[in-house]
Design a protein around this ligand. Sequence first.
Ligand code: DAT
Length: 173
Amino acid sequence: MRDQPNIIITGTPGVGKTTHCEMLAQNTGLNHLSINQISKEQDIRETYDEELKTWIVDEDKVVDTVMDKLEVGGCLVDWHACDMFPERLIDLVVVLRVDSTLLYDRLKARDYPEAKLQENLDCEIMEVLLEEARENYAEEVVVELRSDTTEEIEANVERIEAWIKQWKEDHAN
Ligand code: DAT
């Protein structure tokens, strides 16, 4: 039985996953699992998409790599997908959302090529990751939060911290 929850922080690239996870890890001591970072370190990148200038990751290997940590609990999973993780090990899925004009500016600042930028904007506008979360997890596990402003980051982090505290109280033996 885990004594700390596992939380997925998901959303379109540029929405603020890393920023939220870093603050939450600092404030709560939970373990920030950046799948981006892990896939680079463990070399579980599969193929390079030339047009989108991005690596495609082997999702089975991602899950194999983080499974032990998820079993222990206390993970903040930072990734732009959530459907590959076992439902029994995930206690909360936070889907961050952002205004598309703000997202455009953030991705432009990252020098994303036009095709990649457009794909990510479409992903946000079409609510792809929110749909994915709702399809794969129970309704009460999925929370949608705005990430347009720094004030919203602070409010979101506070809210998630309060949720973690409550979860721990509810699961104390
Ligand atoms: P992700 O990990 O989802 O790709 P990030 O945390 O790296 O996103 O954030 C991308 C950029 O946008 C970074 O420069 C920080 C900024 N940012 C993220 N969320 C924000 C917010 N709610 N308000 C203002 N800036 C934000």
